[in-house]
Design a protein around this ligand. Structure first.
Ligand SMILES: Cc1cc2nc3c(=O)[nH]c(=O)nc-3n(C[C@H](O)[C@H](O)[C@H](O)COP(=O)(O)OP(=O)(O)OC[C@H]3O[C@@H](n4cnc5c(N)ncnc54)[C@H](O)[C@@H]3O)c2cc1C
Length: 628
């Protein structure tokens, strides 16, 4: 039931869904073009004064501390009904919904603070709240919904009904062009048929955003009642971590959806998904920030107390380096996230690149933080919290943290897909002037016109990459001890743009296949953005929190080493050889290496196929009763 799609068609679908216009300035876009526009993020934007939001956060804090039993959720692999009800009572399912629809109307900053807090008690709670409102029904309706849709659905969601977002299918992961769920036009609406995989909240949700293909119109987003006739929740899936997640396989068999439930117009589904994710992507880093703070706390208390070889383990240099990494990285993740939230809230900048960078950076770095924390804890890091408690020791869930964090590098855009997505934006200026030169389908006339346009653009742009404030000895002097780091960022930004330009000229249309190169370009951009964020924050807090400068300084030194290694690897790497050897692996050339171990003898399909039709599975939906 899946569409057969070539690589070219898959790219065209992704390209059509991309927001191609830039109506507002973008720090990230400029950075990749070699223009370090510090003025777009400095001074640190002021947070909106919101006493109501502060009051909500205080209540949430008190509630999750006293009434939510994180270890119980882990043990029972289930968030209890009363936690859903308690969160609903606080308004946590309406954090991002406008007040006029019964929500709290929180800013991105306060919303992310709430996710950081709630997710630190048990990450499944963070995932529940974030899937519900960052990608579930509230956000797409807020941006694209009609007044009627908003009035009909948002008050229900603000009151505590849970929503889910259903895009993925057994055969559709990173590549939505293969979408097989069909919405066939019928009298008064559409009839949905298909199977959706891995929908977070799918077992408990009473309202769904479903992505389905309308023949001749394209992928379309629908709001669907979770209890509509023809929907079967066939399975609740279980994972490495996030054990409390209510994640489903959902079958649609002749499910009628009224025409007025189309969100944002026919064929607009992927654009809606991507636009929703512009700010929606901030919720995963919010959880990563929580993980960093929690790790720092464990690292500090444990490493000061545990003595080996005559010293607290935190005083041995090898461990001290890990503690310093956790502290500096947590400071950076928080600075990047807060900055993204603030610039999203004041609405002056386009934040799509920055949000994507912080998702990429935080999901990768939080994973390293958790890994280092396990090492700092030694054998106890590998032991479960229950086992520690049974031996009479403090039950810290470090191994759980690692398991819970791992998915962040895969969902809401895997690291590989984030690299491509951000790289696409990084080279956008080049493609818009020179794209036709390298497009094999462009005729000679288009190529010639593009050549002239590109000539004019590069004649103006290239000289700007030669000099900048980063070369002036006391440039950015107002940043005191951090000035040298900003000078580095400015210089590195120009070098990054020169490298991208050089790669464009060298590989032309083949550049899009140079994923190793593009990934490094993006990772350098992420380090530079992180360095900028910590410097601007530390300076703005120099009176109230002068110690922040120390963390900013350390982070910049560590980030600079990583960036330099990435720059070197742009041109000195094993990318081509890796590709060649991987091809040979796939062809079976090295199967001798697999000998000597027991491998799976299963001949079950790697990807399950599905057929349309009524479900033969038992429905496993879970409905949360209203509070008594
Ligand atoms: C716990 C959990 C919760 C989820 N929640 C939801 C949800 O609420 N709603 C929803 O719709 N989906 C959800 N998903 C699905 C999730 O978004 C997908 O797993 C993700 O998009 C990756 O797709 P995939 O797993 O099919 O990987 P694949 O697309 O099969 O990719 C396999 C590997 O190849 C890489 N890859 C793929 N294409 C390329 C490319 N062009 N270039 C380079 N590398 C590439 C990937 O990065 C990955 O490493 C969830 C998944 C999990 C596990």
């Amino acid at each position: 039931m899946t569409a057969t799609v070539s690589e070219k068609q898959a790219r065209q679908v992704a390209e059509a869904a991309r927001e191609s216009e830039w109506r507002k300035p973008s720090f990230g876009k400029e950075l990749f073009l070699g223009r370090f526009r510090l003025d777009l993020i400095d001074p640190w934007p002021a947070a909106e004064e919101r006493p109501d939001a502060e009051e909500f956060l205080a209540k949430l804090d008190a509630y999750v501390r006293s009434d939510v039993d994180g270890p119980r959720i882990e043990r029972e692999a289930r968030i209890p009904d009363e936690v859903f009800q308690g969160l609903a009572g606080l308004g946590a399912f309406g954090m991002k919904i406008d007040k006029k629809y019964g929500g709290l109307g929180l800013s991105n900053l306060h919303y992310c603070k709430a996710l950081t807090l709630a997710g630190s008690v048990n990450p499944s709670i963070g995932a529940l709240l974030s899937a519900h409102q960052s990608i579930g029904v509230p956000q797409p309706l807020k941006i694209f919904g009609t007044d009627e849709q908003k009035q009909k659905y948002l008050p229900r969601l603000a009151g505590g009904e849970v929503s889910a977002f259903l895009l993925t299918e057994p055969d559709v992961g990173s590549d939505p062009a293969r979408l097989g769920t069909i919405a066939e036009p019928v009298e008064g609406g559409y009839k949905l048929n298909g199977v959706k995989l891995w929908a977070t909240n799918g077992t408990v949700a009473t309202l769904l955003v479903v992505m389905a293909r309308v023949p001749d119109k394209g992928i379309t987003a629908f709001v669907v009642e979770g209890d509509a006739e023809g929907i079967t929740i066939e399975r609740r899936n279980a994972f490495l971590g996030l054990r409390g997640l209510e994640n489903s396989v959902t079958r649609f068999h002749d499910v009628f959806v009224p025409a007025e439930n189309v969100i944002g117009g026919l064929g607009k589904g992927l654009k809606i998904a991507l636009t929703t994710l512009n700010t929606g992507r901030l919720s995963l880093p919010a959880m990563c920030v929580g993980a960093g703070k929690w790790s720092l706390n464990v690292a500090r208390e444990w490493s000061a107390e545990r003595v080996q070889w005559g010293r607290a383990v935190g005083k041995h240099e090898a461990v001290a380096k890990k503690i310093a990494f956790i502290a500096a990285t947590t400071y950076a993740m928080e600075s990047m996230l807060d900055l993204c939230c603030l610039i999203a809230d004041d609405d002056r900048n386009d934040i799509r690149i920055e949000a994507a960078l912080v998702k990429l950076f935080a999901s990768e770095m939080a994973w390293q933080v958790a890994d280092e924390l396990i090492q700092v804890r030694g054998g106890r890091g590998y032991e479960t919290a229950d086992s520690l408690a049974a031996r009479g020791e403090r039950a810290v869930e470090v191994e759980q943290l690692l398991r819970d964090l791992r998915i962040n590098r895969i969902f809401e855009g895997s690291t590989e897909i984030m690299h491509l997505l951000i790289a696409r934006e990084a080279v956008d200026a080049h493609l818009s002037v020179a794209g036709d030169i390298i497009d094999p389908d462009a005729g000679l006339g288009r190529k010639a016109r593009a050549g002239a346009k590109a000539g004019a653009f590069y004649a103006k742009w290239l000289p700007t990459l030669a000099v900048g404030r980063g070369q002036v000895p006391n440039g950015y002097g107002e940043f005191g001890p951090l000035a040298s780091h900003l000078r580095y960022v400015e210089r590195a930004s120009r070098k990054l743009a020169r490298s991208t330009f050089y790669a464009m000229s060298r590989w032309q249309g083949k550049l899009e296949r140079k994923q190793g190169f593009l990934g490094r370009i993006v990772d350098i951009g992420a380090e530079l953005f992180a360095m900028s964020a910590v410097c601007v924050r530390a300076r703005s807090e120099r009176e109230t929190r002068p110690e922040g400068v120390e963390l900013a300084d350390l982070f910049c030194r560590q980030a600079r080493l990583r960036a330099e290694a990435l720059f070197a690897a742009l041109w000195d790497n094993t990318d081509s050889l890796d590709t060649k050897v991987a091809k040979r692996v796939l062809e079976g050339r090295y199967t001798f290496l697999e000998e000597g171990v027991v491998t799976s003898t299963s001949d079950a399909a790697w990807v399950a196929t599905w057929e349309p039709g009524p479900s033969t599975a038992e429905d496993v939906r879970r409905r949360i009763p209203p509070p008594s």
